[in-house]
Design a protein around this ligand. Structure first.
Ligand code: PLP
Length: 304
């Protein structure tokens, strides 16, 4: 369905013709390409690991360094882009990119940390509904995260994990084995946790179908979109995905150490039955920076 045919090798003349007809081709000149010893630029096909540096980055970083030098701690509130609400500058473009509402996305932490925080809320094994379905050969960091989440709940990963082999023949639909496994797991299934685009095979799963089938058996769907964000069109809200996280340093070119991002579907925003690990930023926005009312020495109020 979403599986892409492997294109036939193209001769270089045809390839440059295709380049000339590409609406996005002009963006190439906005990125820094490492060069080989003979001075020619790399053919860069590593956006799946670290995107190239946009040439605008040094000037953009200098603006923030200037704010720091000029305002110190007040840079949180002063300067061209005060840091306190800095993440808000990314909200609208992120929502557009991911097919989400603005209230459903935020830029924070790293992908793996986000996965843990999201699973802390959404993975709530109960009765026989304990299993997590993943693709076989999932990205190692995800495997470690899921295994340790199961152990955190006292569940042996050998029993709690359903691993589905989706690396099928190129002509076949990689979503079919997922659907079969979801139906088979039925009400033992708590959660499907899937790469939107499989990092190894490149398969782009039919996400709306996975969501529909998982919801039918009462399971949630979480996605790791590391290889999908900035790479394929996404409609997380309309597809009904429950939660997702991804990183920004691959196809989104944010650079090494760039923050991760996450999505939580609107339907879960008012739920009070999910576990939440809170800190300043997970606390009510209006009162998030008030100093604590409770100390070892009893209750105190800063207002007095
Ligand atoms: C790159 C990648 C990660 C990396 O996670 P970090 O927390 O940013 O180190 C996780 N999952 C997948 C599928 C990835 O491709």
């Amino acid at each position: 369905m979403h599986l892409q045919k492997v294109p036939k090798p193209m001769n270089p003349n045809d390839a440059s013709l295709v380049d000339r007809g590409d609406d996005l081709a002009t963006f190439r000149s906005e990125f820094a390409f490492p060069v080989r010893t003979d001075g020619t630029p790399w053919v860069y096909l590593c956006g799946n690991s670290l995107g190239l540096m946009p040439l605008a980055v040094p000037a953009a970083m200098q603006v923030e360094l200037d704010s720091w030098a000029r305002y110190g701690v007040e840079g949180h509130f002063e300067g061209p882009h005060p840091w306190m609400p800095y993440h808000r500058r990314l909200t609208a473009p992120l929502a557009r990119l991911m097919g989400a509402l603005e209230s459903e996305v935020v830029s924070a932490h790293t992908l793996t940390v986000n996965l843990h925080l999201l699973m802390a809320g959404f993975y709530r094994p109960q009765g026989q509904r304990t299993k997590i379905l993943v693709e076989a050969g999932a990205f190692p960091s995800d495997q470690y995260a899921v295994d340790s989440q199961l152990k955190h709940h006292g569940i042996d990963p050998a029993k709690g994990l359903i691993e589905v082999d989706t690396i099928v023949e190129r002509s076949a639909d990689p979503t079919i084995p997922l659907v079969e496994a979801i139906r088979q797991a039925g009400d033992h299934l708590a959660m499907v946790l899937l790469g939107g685009v499989q990092y190894y095979s490149g398969a782009f799963y039919d996400i709306p179908t996975v969501v529909r089938e998982a919801h039918k058996v009462g399971a949630l769907v979480g996605l790791d979109l590391a290889h999908a964000a900035g790479n394929v069109p996404l409609y997380l809200h309309d597809w009904g995905v429950d939660f997702a996280c991804w990183c920004s340093y691959k196809y989104l070119n944010s650079g090494p150490g760039g923050p991760g991002e996450l999505f939580v579907h609107e339907r879960h925003h008012q739920r009070r039955d999910l576990g939440r690990f809170e800190g300043w930023w997970g606390h009510e926005e209006k009162s998030r920076f008030e100093m604590p009312r409770h100390t070892r020495f009893g209750r105190r109020s800063l207002a007095t």
